[in-house]
Ligand binder design. Structure first.
Ligand code: ZN
Length: 136
């Protein structure tokens, strides 16, 4: 596992939270992206070597809205980058870690992603991510 790639923060409204985080971090949001596989809208900020990802639910009752209903807005997940997501999944599975889905899928920001089950990581939702190599 390499650096913390980003921290995901669940918010009710990107429209309200983007200007807030631009003020907080002193940097402009450099990308917004709709991730249809997860039904979320995301907004990214660079903070040194890592990023902040704001996440807003797109449809009624999706995972982000469920999370906010239960726990309020706040830190949703921590994402670690890896060069080889497949072998990292195998390594962690062999140690007994469980995955929400263990086939990596396309996430925001040109990444393959997968999530571990929070019950096996002290309640923290952990995301693994690997940059998708540019084709050509
Ligand atoms: Zn993420």
């Amino acid at each position: 596992m390499q650096k913390i790639e980003h921290i995901g923060i669940a918010v009710n409204s990107l429209e309200k939270s983007i200007p807030l985080f631009e003020q907080l971090l002193g940097t402009l949001c450099y990308k917004t992206e709709c991730v249809t596989s997860e039904n979320v809208n995301t907004a990214f900020f660079k903070t040194g070597e890592s990023k902040i990802e704001l996440i807003e639910g797109m449809v009624e009752g999706n995972v982000i809205q469920q999370f906010i209903e239960k726990r309020g807005e706040g830190i949703h997940h921590i994402a670690f980058s890896t060069d080889d997501i497949e072998s990292e999944i195998e390594r962690l599975k062999s140690l007994g870690f469980e995955f929400i889905h263990d086939v990596p899928k396309k996430g925001a920001d040109n990444k393959l992603i997968c999530f571990l089950k929070p019950k096996c990581t002290n309640g923290i939702l952990v995301e693994l991510c690997q940059e998708i190599p540019n084709e050509g």
